[in-house]
Ligand binder design. Structure first.
Ligand code: SF4
Length: 1471
């Protein structure tokens, strides 16, 4: 193996020889050159046998305190690229560090100025100019640090080269631990001192030749003992290093003439210095180098010594090395004292032989105090010659843009990076900024005094100006008023300046004119990184906070939540908020722009208003500049939701008004903060006349402790009961979707029925130790993600792996078997076949390794089997009974029937269940599972944050439950007031954003339990509701947005609205639970559901109304569709009625498929409601209630046959539908932009990507829409493609609307045709069914695919692309021309060939694709389309004609010919 760079060679040794490695990061966007080696160390084992702790320290942080912290470590290494700011901050800690086993490896680039700053404070300083020397010195330094327990600085030149043989970690270990050797005095060439050529030349030539011709004996200057001992320690370690690396490790090397007239002592990169009569000594050991050692370098012959160092930014004239050499030569007993010159050299590659000759000549001719220089300094020093402002990472502009947007011309960064060019590197430090701010405030104070003085002499200033200045004096701390007054003051001052009468002299007017730039109230911001928060007490941060000055400090913390473990755990970084809060009069806020934009705005404005120091801690987690925004968003969510980064505001000024100073803006709160608030609360209670507890503030998210206790008690009770019956059988299951749980429960029930003492639990509720106490254990597990165990089994699986790794056998008393459930076709590629049933198979094998004995062979259930997993189960279960000796037992009692949704509905008392009681239970953030099914009928879904599910489980707390609320809003129409109400609900009760859904309505996410009722009440106050927005009932009826046909829209909208009302459930539970409207006379009046009955429908039911030629509602994907037919006068004549559309499927289950609605016939508008109702009732009575996966109307129709179904509907109607009428659809996408309707009013259909209404940096769409809602006199119309139309704008209002649209960039339609035609469902993080990202990922995928489109000239061509996070198909992916349906994180089913206007289903093209594969597939396909499409041919049609995929002609045939056609057929499918 060769190691090619000095940094990797040094990093490897640092890693191998240390207990702790502290790696200091360079300023962003650069990354540490050492980090790669630490991440992928070449030796899995280090000298200590285990890997060191590697701590990454941000640039600018105080590394010294971090190094000091590890005082108990045997060896600590610090790695850093030379940087003045970083090294200067270590300096104060060096006296303490110098007596610790620490090695500071400093990578330099042609300039030792910064590294040499440390020299005087450490006992050992080594320098390496080559890669090989860097390697050897790294070893040597580690050895010295360990044996001497002293600090060593090792500066080495970055560069490339070979280190020869790589020393194995075992040898290094022996080297480090070997006993210390006695030193042998070495000279620079590795020879014993005394062998050196200090002998007199034979001829005795030279003016300073000693007269006696004998060896000159230098007078040895006195030197302290410690320096001698240090040198001996160096020698001893270098001998040890020599025997390890088999190369001499010398303190210096000498070249050139033996008896020179000039000796050049160089410290820096080596270069060829061949000049007659010149000897060159390259120093490698810089400390300890006592005067006597220095004199050993100099033979008797020279007249001149030049100390030549590679330094370019040394601030004093003479360098320490020069002073030492000059001091040492004073001891030489010479007639003519040696002349000693100081010199510096630059880029060695630019130094020519001629330069050297010139340099030597120049030295000869120069007086001793001349500073010499050789070579070009600027080219070698990459950083010193031009001072550039530090790079500000692009992500951080999210905050600075906000600040400049908020405070405009008042905004000033007091430590702006731009100041570095004029004021030097320290201009960005807090100390500098503090000085600057304090000077500005003092100057403004002078202005105030001057104005006061001027006002006392009213005759000297015009009356108007006097009046404005008087007002200014009153309001000079009020930013807004100051700005307004400046508008009047400035012109007056201009004319005053023109009048020499007042400006001359030292009077107050002259002073005012000279200070006039300070009239406005500047919003001063000091912006820093989290590095400032490491050393609060000693840094300028402390002074800033304690200064009391009116200044705002914004600290950006960019450590990602998931990387928080790699930060130094011992340092209380983010305590800066607490630190500041403890300083009484400091405003403090903790914000995260990717979590709550409005909270950031609010905090910035409050900080600006606060008269004193304000500290804003801003979270922005990213590792590199390329970190995608999605990643920043995810990390922010994790941090905020887990309480790692709580959002809060602390405004001490509120206390003066008797208000609570603390506002918690996120749900979770970290412990330190909680303690502070507890303390604060406690203190404030003492001063309050009526104490009250701020429980709201100090409460964490509900933990399921009580639940766990109850479970434990139940378990104990069960154990007791079981103890008196038959053989014990413990059934443990891991299940995400519930199928494995069902099987396990059935097994446990059947075991009981056979007299066994069965208990059942999730796998994770048992530890290995618990299982070891059992006799018979049956495991049932399904598969999650990429062949991983399901969520509630992962901890146990990890424990099994760890125990196997330790070689233990704790389960020797246990007998076991495993039943695994999976889908052998889920991973179609041969290389992925091992994922099939992997958890079950691995568990079975590993339990045996742990000593357990199988009592029955493993059983494998396969979704692909004729009877699904049941096929395998039926084989496995008898083996279990046989092994337990109960196979002969006859089971007479029927097994308890599993509880289904049908049972829940009937037992719910018309959708009441125990919802009301559950809302009162504050011990958990969830509601009971059965209530979770019932709340869907009320428009509410329980969800939990999927992003942090694992984290919370690891912490032992329940998932972060919250609820999704969906509004019922037929036709998607609301007015401005309703919009404003929805906007407010999202802010007050939800996560600050809301979604426009594919069913033309609002959807709120992140509503926690205690906010449910207030949210529903607020929605009802806005004259909307949520009843039947979800659940097994008819859902929101959707209608084409049709911008131009206003009369027709009125008719179809009215039709949809009244239909929605007609099909509403009649239960009063909704009003009772959410609106506190109690039933009259208690239980005496019973609910009655005339349409639905107690069972409601077998599954959800959807209705849409489309107006040709646009099919923007995808009418065929609904259970019932109405296609409007217009008569010759443009009036609504009636509808073609469709039935049996539906999207949802289950991966791998061919009994599920998407289906398009079939046209039944034509009806008039008056008949429409009756037709819809009878279709729904036919489904109510004929739908499959035994299997929810087969319960939608589409399956009922296919089972009954279309003709029979139609006949049944007509029988119920009592009349026949007319034959369908002609219609033409030509698109299913939205008509964006401006249009004028039949009434002459204007409409604008704007693009909201995937319907997510939120404010983002640079795109304040939510605010913009709020502003529009305030002035819009018409209506908002949601579209089923998740966009928004502003409808019914009168011409006089047009300009105002256009102005707001432009101000918030809502009028931007400059997107590719692909993006405008795209659509994604919510999926992660809220949807509980999501298997992969959708809404957060599709825009990123489109970025890449649209580049392909643009390359091929298809920028403006519409291609309908849709994505969903699971096969339920909320974004109607199965009619898209190209679609992706989530299977696992990052993996999708790819479908092709849907009809452009929703008339044809697409088909599975690939069963599993990742982004790379998607792009590889689409690139040539899109090119092919661009080159060979026919006139007007749509992409979905083209892929069929070009032979990529077969067309789908009916839902039942959806799986036929899947996998592509001809040469495009997927290999595994073809096989
Ligand atoms: S398609 Fe699936 S992942 Fe997407 S929102 Fe619907 S249920 Fe959730």
């Amino acid at each position: 193996m060769t190691i090619s760079t000095a940094t990797s060679a040094v990093a490897r040794i640092a890693f191998a020889t240390s207990d702790v490695v502290v790696d200091c990061q360079p300023p962003l966007p650069e990354t540490s050159p050492f980090a790669q080696t630490y991440k992928n160390p070449s030796d899995s084992k280090t000298t200590t046998g285990c890997s060191p702790t590697v701590i990454s320290i941000p640039h600018g942080a105080d590394s010294g305190s971090s190094l000091l912290h590890h005082h108990s470590a045997n060896a600590v290494s610090y790695t850093v690229s030379s940087d003045r700011l970083v090294l200067a901050r270590i300096l104060p800690h060096l006296p303490e560090l110098s007596s610790r086993p620490v090695v500071l490896h400093i990578a330099v680039r042609g300039d030792l100025s910064d590294a040499l700053l440390l020299r005087a404070a450490v006992p050992f300083f080594l320098y390496s100019s080559t890669v090989q020397r860097a390697h050897d010195h790294a070893l040597l330094a580690s050895r010295i640090a360990r044996t001497e327990k002293r600090a060593v600085v090792h500066a080495f030149e970055e560069g490339e080269g070979d280190i020869g043989e790589v020393i194995h970690a075992d040898k290094i270990r022996a080297f480090l631990l070997s006993p210390k050797r006695a030193s042998r005095h070495l000279n620079g060439n590795g020879n014993s001192i005394g062998d050196h050529s200090h002998s007199n030349p034979a001829n005795g030539a030279g003016s300073d030749n000693p007269t006696n011709g004998h060896v000159e004996s230098h007078a040895t200057p006195s030197e302290d003992m410690s320096s001698t001992a240090d040198y001996e320690a160096y020698e001893s370690a270098s001998l040890a290093t020599l025997s390890l690396v088999r190369r001499a490790v010398r303190p210096w090397t000498q070249s050139g003439e033996e008896f020179p007239h000039t000796v050049v002592i160089t410290l820096g990169q080596t270069f060829s210095f061949e000049v007659e009569s010149v000897s060159v000594i390259d120093l490698h050991l810089v400390s300890p180098l006592s005067p006597s050692k220095l004199l050993q370098l100099i033979p008797w012959s020279p007249k001149r010594v030049i100390v030549l160092e590679q330094l370019h930014r040394w601030d004093t004239k003479w360098t320490p090395l020069f002073v030492e050499v000059a001091g040492a030569v004073q001891h030489l007993p010479r007639k003519n004292p040696l002349i000693v010159h100081s010199g510096t050299f630059g880029d060695v590659s630019s130094i020519t032989h001629a330069d050297i000759l010139k340099f030597i000549r120049h030295a000869k001719d120069s007086p001793p105090n001349t500073r010499l220089s050789l070579g070009d300094a600027s080219s070698s020093d990459h950083s010193s010659s031009i001072v550039r402002p530090p790079h500000v990472p692009a992500h951080e502009s999210s905050y600075t843009t906000l600040l400049s947007h908020l405070f405009a011309d008042r905004f000033e960064i007091s430590n702006s990076p731009q100041l570095v060019t004029t004021l030097g590197a320290m201009a960005t430090s807090p100390e500098f900024a503090l000085g600057r701010v304090s000077q500005q405030i003092a100057t403004r104070g002078e202005l105030v005094k001057a104005v006061q003085k001027a006002l006392e002499e009213p005759d000297n200033i015009p009356a108007d100006l006097h009046s404005f200045l008087s007002k200014w004096i009153l309001h000079n701390e009020d930013a807004v008023k100051c700005r307004e007054l400046c508008v009047n003051i400035n012109p007056q001052l201009d004319s005053l300046a023109a009048s020499t009468r007042c400006v001359t002299g030292e009077g107050p007017i002259a002073k005012i004119l000279s200070l006039r730039s300070h009239f406005k109230m500047v919003s001063r911001w000091i912006i820093g990184s989290d590095a400032w928060s490491y050393d609060l007490g000693s840094s300028g941060m402390h002074h800033l906070i304690a200064s009391g000055l009116n200044v705002n400090i914004l600290i950006i913390d960019n450590v990602p939540y998931s990387a928080r473990g790699s930060a130094d755990p011992t340092r209380r970084k983010r305590d800066i908020g607490l630190y500041a809060m403890n300083h009484a009069d400091v405003y403090v806020a903790s914000v995260a722009v990717y979590s709550s934009y409005s909270q950031v705005l609010q905090s910035l404005m409050e900080a600006d208003r606060f008269n004193g120091p304000s500290v804003i801690l801003a979270y922005l987690p990213y590792q590199t500049e390329d970190t995608p925004a999605l990643e920043v968003l995810k990390e922010t969510k994790l941090a905020v939701d887990s309480g790692y980064w709580p959002l809060y505001r602390w405004d001490p000024s509120k206390e003066k008004d008797g208000k609570e100073p603390f506002t918690l803006d996120s749900d979770a709160i970290k412990n330190e903060l909680k303690e502070f608030l507890d303390r604060h609360n406690h203190l404030s209670q003492l001063t309050r006349p009526k104490p009250d507890l701020a429980a709201e503030i100090v409460s964490s998210l509900g933990e399921s402790l009580q639940e766990a206790r109850k479970k434990r008690a139940q378990q104990a009770y069960d154990e007791l009961l079981n103890a008196v019956s038959g053989k014990p059988l413990l059934v443990l299951y891991a299940s995400d979707g519930g199928a494995a749980e069902k099987k396990a429960k059935r097994l446990a029930n059947r075991a009981k029925a056979r007299g066994l003492a069965s208990t059942i639990a999730t796998i994770d509720s048992y530890s290995i130790e618990d299982v070891a106490k059992e006799e018979y254990v049956a495991f049932v597990t399904s598969v999650a993600g990429q062949g991983e165990p399901p969520q509630n089994g992962r901890t146990f699986f990890k424990a099994v792996n760890a125990t196997v790794g330790r070689g233990e056998k704790p389960l020797s008393e246990v007998k076991y078997s495993v039943f695994g459930m999976g889908d052998s076709h889920y991973w179609p590629r041969p290389e992925d076949a091992h994922y099939y049933n992997r958890p079950g198979k691995e568990l079975f094998a590993k339990l045996e390794v742990l000593g357990a004995q199988p009592f029955a062979e493993i059983g494998l259930g396969n979704d692909q089997d004729a009877d699904g997993p049941e096929t395998g189960y039926k084989i496995w279960e008898p083996l279990v009974w046989k092994a337990l000796g109960v196979d002969a037992v006859e089971v007479t009692e029927a097994e308890p029937e599993p509880i289904t949704n049908e049972h829940m509905k009937i037992a719910s008392n018309y959708l009441r269940g125990t919802i009301a009681e559950g809302l009162e239970d504050t011990s958990t953030g969830a509601i009971a599972p059965t209530d979770g099914q019932l709340t869907k009928f009320h428009g509410i879904y329980q969800q939990d944050d999927r992003d942090i599910r694992d984290e919370r489980q690891a912490e032992g707390v329940e998932p972060a439950y919250s609820f999704m609320i969906r509004v019922r809003m037929p036709g998607g129409v609301c007015d401005g007031k309703q919009w404003l109400a929805m906007d407010q609900i999202a802010d007050e009760h939800g996560n600050g954003t809301f979604k426009i859904t594919t069913r033309q309505t609002f959807q709120f996410h992140g509503v926690i339990k205690r906010h449910l009722k207030p949210s529903i009440q607020a929605i009802n106050r806005a004259l909307l509701d949520t009843l039947a927005a979800c659940g097994d009932v008819n859902r929101n009826v959707i209608v084409s947005a049709i911008p131009t046909l206003s009369q027709l829209h009125r008719e179809v909208y009215e039709f949809a609205k009244t239909l929605s009302e007609r099909l509403l459930p009649r239960t009063s539970a909704y009003h009772e639970i959410w609106l506190d409207k109690k039933l009259v006379a208690g239980d005496a009046v019973k609910d009655f559901e005339p349409l639905y009955g107690e069972y409601y429908l077998p599954r959800k039911f959807k209705i849409a109304v489309a107006v040709p030629p646009t099919n923007d509602v995808d009418v065929f994907t609904n259970d019932v569709g109405f296609i409007a037919i217009v008569d010759d006068h443009g009036k609504l004549a009636g509808f073609n009625v469709t039935a049996g559309g539906g999207m949802g499927v289950t991966h791998g289950s061919k009994k599920t498929y998407p289906r398009l609605g079939s046209i039944l016939g034509f009806c008039t508008p008056e008949q429409g409601h009756e037709v819809a109702e009878q279709i729904m009732l036919t489904q109510r009575d004929n739908g499959n209630r035994a299997d929810r996966k087969n319960a939608r109307l589409k399956y009922t129709i296919d089972r009954m046959g279309l003709d029979n179904f139609k006949a049944e509907v007509e029988r119920r109607l009592g009349w026949k539908l007319q034959p369908p009428r002609h219609y033409v659809f030509d698109r299913n996408i939205d008509d964006f932009g401006w249009s004028v309707d039949q009434d002459g009013r204007h409409n604008f259909l704007l693009f909201i990507e995937n319907g997510r209404v939120q404010d983002e940096p640079g795109c304040n769409f939510k605010t913009g829409l709020r502003e529009l809602a305030k002035i819009l006199k018409g209506t908002f119309r949601m579209t089923a493609n998740q966009h928004i139309m502003l409808a019914g704008i009168e011409t006089p209002d047009l300009l105002d609307i256009k102005r707001v649209l432009a101000e918030y960039k809502l009028d931007n339609l400059n997107h590719t045709g692909l993006r405008l035609s795209s659509s994604a469902c919510v999926a992660f993080p809220t949807c509980g069914l999501a298997m992969a990202e959708s809404e957060r990922y599709l825009p990123l995928l489109i970025n890449k695919v649209e580049a392909i489109c643009e390359e091929n000239g298809l920028r403006n061509d519409s291609i309908v692309m849709r994505m969903t996070g699971c096969p339920n198909g909320c974004a109607r992916p199965y009619v898209a021309e190209v679609a992706f349906v989530g299977k696992a994180p990052g993996t999708y089913l790819m479908l092709l060939g849907g009809g452009y206007y929703g008339e044809r289903l697409n088909k599975i093209y690939r069963e599993s694709v990742t982004e790379v594969e998607i792009l590889a597939i689409l690139k040539p396909m899109i090119k092919h389309y661009a080159l060979e499409r026919r006139d007007g041919e749509r992409f979905g049609d083209f892929v069929i004609r070009a032979g990529y995929i077969a067309p789908t002609t009916a839902g039942k045939e959806w799986y036929d010919d899947m996998g592509g056609s001809g040469i495009h057929r997927e290999v595994t499918v073809a096989a």
